[in-house]
Ligand binder design. Sequence first.
Ligand code: NAD
Length: 281
Amino acid sequence: MTGWFEQRSGLDGTVAVITGGAGGLGQAIVHDLVANGVRPAVLDLDAEAAEALRHTIADRDALVQVGDARDPDTLAALFAAADERWGRLDTLVNVVGGTFRAPFTDTTPKGWDALLRTNLLHVFHACALAAPRMRAGGRGGSIVNITTIEAHRAAPGFAVYAAAKAAVEQFGRTLAVELAPDRIRVNNVAPDFVPTPNLARFSHGDGAMSDPAGARVAIPLGRPGQVTDVSNCVVFLASALSAYLTGTTLHPDGGTSASAGWFNWPDTGWANYAPLRYLQS
Ligand SMILES: NC(=O)c1ccc[n+]([C@@H]2O[C@H](COP(=O)([O-])OP(=O)(O)OC[C@H]3O[C@@H](n4cnc5c(N)ncnc54)[C@H](O)[C@@H]3O)[C@@H](O)[C@H]2O)c1
């Protein structure tokens, strides 16, 4: 007997391409899609992480390739391998992305180019490869881009990353409308703070966001995100449960995009400023 979710989701037996699927958020996304019967084609730069993923899903019908999603030929080879293996494509999840911290005036055109390649251009290439396949399949499809809260607010130290991710969101909006007649949906998932090995590279200052007391101040739901907070959203967007949702963004951020600069200070309560006693101590 199949349960309510399995019946409504329609995920069992579908095929998904996931870029950056061997580590961090991508790994959780692959595991949760696979748990729902999805056959994944994964591309990841990290050979060790790819081997570990192959091992953990060894009993599943899966493709795991090592390569750089920024290279259009490598992406095309992944889609071709999925065609050959399964002859269908239902879902594309663009996970690859990343940044470095620097004030904009300290960055160079070379750095901007790297950020645009890592966060924006491969999304175009992957969508250009996915959409015709989904259209030819005649069953619709779902494209999910992992963006960030920084696409929706100022991000000091991350100006070009934030601009690139905002561009992904705007691209997704237009693509959603262009592809809607073919029932191909395009949506974004915009996390805030989810500890992953990549995010650890930015840890600086006093680690307040990871500390329970700090998380209670900065995050309305009072804790950092978990990888499953993001993968749950991706499973939903890949599934038929979201069949009437396109051109939009889910925010698994514990409420930080809603609180938008308001903090829940101990004793003082919510304020959109730092109470003086914290600054004077
Ligand atoms: N972790 C967070 O808190 C957070 C918050 C907001 C947005 N995001 C976004 O989520 C996505 C994943 O973030 P993460 O923290 O899991 O990062 P991560 O660096 O752990 O990336 C996930 C995987 O992508 C792979 N990868 C990186 N560059 C690649 C490339 N060019 N080609 C193929 N594979 C590549 C990595 O090897 C890794 O296995 C990124 O787009 C990031 O901007 C993350």
